[in-house]
Design a protein around this ligand. Structure first.
Ligand SMILES: *Cc1c(COP(=O)(O)O)cnc(C)c1O
Length: 363
């Protein structure tokens, strides 16, 4: 299942999930759209399996170091995991400062399970985990970019008999390998940096336990919420350049951090890649590399609107991790954060152009 080739990130992104080399064959398989297949082979019906899914599952599974199951969105991945592992009355720990729909899904859609939901900030303090069934972490958290000790919490969760899952969306499979740090489950939205072009939704779960992988695949088949082959293929095509894109995004984030850290209009600047960020020491210990997402505060809503009106390169949009730089004022979506808090996702523009544009927009 997991083959360790010893290759670097770029090679793994380019070659992950590729077809066998045959004369006259393509480097990357084309998407297979069939709903029904001739019986007698691996595939029977498009709801239960598809060679296009398996190609991307192979690539992402190698990067995450486990068995990958694709879903049509990050929320589909997260909600299927929660439905698959939680029983009525179970205790579950969720990040109070993580992606808001995870909390909303549990509160709204899993209400009949009468779960004991314990919301905890990513930076801690962490509660006693006795009696907990599942701990879901998000590190770095979205949008605050706080970081928690995955290996330490995996140990605490396992001592309490709980499963540990990590939402790895912000980190990306190149930035962090939660399974190698002791987690049981990785969940991720591949809509963000993995697909990377703001044109497709997709998500995945990667696990080390083959039985859990089988349960998730079965849940996907039975529920019928499945990824489209074309979307899957687009994400796989995007994955090929993830290493390159992340390198540019991280370089842009570092330059923006340097330009903004003493800027009078900016407070609360966070980027875990910066040596003076409160999360840096822990992040540097458990992350392999940093990404392009920064968070900071402007004075309020009018200042954010003025910034966006003056910038020529930064799009106002939610989502992050794409080619295009964008900025999202999180309070508009109901995150429990100040009105002027923004998440800036550095894209793949030239560093000098982006820094100059941001400084002009702030002036
Ligand atoms: C975007 C996001 C999700 C949800 O993913 P979708 O693909 O939009 O469903 C989950 N977790 C995090 C951290 C995210 O940023």
């Amino acid at each position: 299942m997991t083959t360790d080739t010893g290759w670097g990130d770029g090679t793994r992104c380019v070659h992950g999930g590729e077809p066998e080399r045959v004369g006259g064959g393509p480097f990357m398989s084309s998407p297979v759209f069939a709903s029904a297949f001739h019986l007698g082979g691996d595939d029977t019906y498009g709801r239960s399996g598809n060679p296009t899914w398996r190609a991307l599952e192979t690539a992402l599974g190698e990067l995450d170091g486990g068995e990958c199951v694709l879903f049509p969105s990050g929320m589909s991945a997260i909600s299927t995991l929660l439905r698959s592992v939680l029983d009525a009355g179970d205790a579950v720990v969720l990040p109070s400062d993580g992606y808001f729909l995870t909390r909303k899904y549990v509160a709204q859609e899993l209400a009949p399970l009468r779960l004991d939901v314990r919301e905890t900030p990513t930076a801690g303090p962490w509660p006693d985990l006795t009696g907990v069934r599942l701990v879901l972490l998000e590190s770095p958290s979205n949008p605050g970019l706080d970081v928690c000790d995955i290996a330490g919490l995996a140990e605490a969760a396992h001592a309490a008999g709980a499963l540990l899952a990590v939402d790895n969306t912000t980190a990306t499979p190149l930035g962090q390998r939660p399974l190698a740090l002791g987690a049981d489950v990785v969940v991720a939205s591949d809509t963000k940096a993995v697909a990377g072009h703001s044109d497709v939704l997709l998500g995945h779960v990667t696990v080390s336990d083959p039985d859990l992988a089988e349960r998730l695949r079965s849940a996907r088949t039975v529920s019928g919420a499945i990824p489209g082959p074309f979307e899957t293929w687009l994400a796989h095509r995007g994955l090929g350049t993830l290493d390159l894109r992340l390198a540019r995004q991280a370089a842009n984030a570092a330059a923006l951090h340097a330009a903004l850290r003493d800027h009078p209009a900016v407070t609360g600047l966070r980027w875990p890649g910066a040596a003076d960020d409160p999360a840096h020491e822990l992040a540097a210990r458990q992350m392999r590399r940093f990404g392009g997402v920064l968070t900071f505060q402007l004075a309020g809503l009018p200042e954010v609107e003025r910034f966006l009106a003056r910038s020529r390169l930064i799009n106002a949009s939610t989502s992050f991790g794409g080619l295009h730089s964008n900025l999202d004022r999180r309070a508009q979506w109901g995150d429990p954060v100040p009105e002027g808090l923004v998440r800036l996702s550095a894209g793949c523009e030239d560093t000098d152009d982006l820094v100059a544009d941001v400084l002009t927009a702030l002036s």
